[in-house]
Design a binder for this molecule. Structure first.
Ligand code: DC
Length: 223
């Protein structure tokens, strides 16, 4: 039996990453932020002076990802985010990153009994048979405010309007692309975090996910 998987998809800065991390900690699962794979690829392209819209440049970077750089603060910049969104529309790049995600799900690191994977296409393409699926969203203004605060914390000075424009553009591009576009899987539960603080959002996520995992968790109780 494949390990448990919780798929957490959603829009940029919706809170999906924080929720995924907390769900993973709660269940003792491994966590994969799939956006980091696209951001690492983008960073590689930009550092090599390449073009994120070029299949050859992006594919070379996707094949040479350095996972040790997953915590690099430069990954969070708008420039890298926008480049990630561009190369994420290239089918060959998505195919190159697919194996890593499927391997992670099949063999969660640390022999964890399951994984929580967040991104844009986890419940639709990477793991359509995930045990539980969430689609996390919030109004663009609320998401922009959160992202602006996060960037300020990293010392990246932007106006809230700049962040909002960038977010709206990126979501539009992620939804419009033909390969694995951002969309809610039919069997995903929608979680709108517009009016929820992180603790309330986590409680809501847990309430949505727990019943869906119940059968598997009963088969493999975790203390
Ligand atoms: O979640 P994020 O902001 O770190 O993602 C950066 C970009 O990567 C996002 O604009 C689209 C792309 N992405 C994707 O296409 N599929 C994923 N599963 C995760 C991210």
């Amino acid at each position: 039996m494949r390990p448990c998987v919780i798929a957490v998809d959603g829009t940029a800065a919706s809170g999906k990453g924080t929720l995924a991390r907390r769900l993973a900690a709660h269940f003792g699962f491994a966590h994969l932020d799939s956006g980091v794979l696209y951001r690492l690829t983008a960073l590689g392209v930009l550092e090599a002076g390449g073009d994120p819209g070029s299949e050859a440049d992006a594919l070379a970077a996707a094949r040479a990802i350095d996972h040790a750089r997953a915590g690099d603060p430069r990954l969070r910049s708008d420039r890298v985010g926008a480049a990630a969104s561009r190369l994420a529309a290239i089918a060959a790049v998505r195919a190159a990153l697919l194996r890593y995600q499927r391997d992670f799900i099949a063999h969660p690191p640390g022999a964890a009994p399951g994984s929580v994977v967040d991104g844009r296409d986890i419940g639709t393409v990477i793991c359509p048979d995930a045990d539980a699926k969430l689609f996390v969203d919030a109004t663009p203004e609320v998401r922009a405010h959160r992202r602006w605060q996060e960037l300020a914390g990293l010392g990246i000075a932007r106006t809230e309007q700049q962040v909002l424009d960038e977010l709206v553009n990126r979501d539009a591009a992620d939804r419009a692309r033909t390969v694995a576009p951002l969309r809610q899987a039919p069997d995903a539960a929608l979680l709108d975090t517009t009016n929820l603080g992180i603790d309330a959002a986590f409680a809501a996520a847990l309430a949505l996910v727990k019943p869906r995992l119940a059968a598997k968790l009963e088969a493999k109780p975790r203390g």
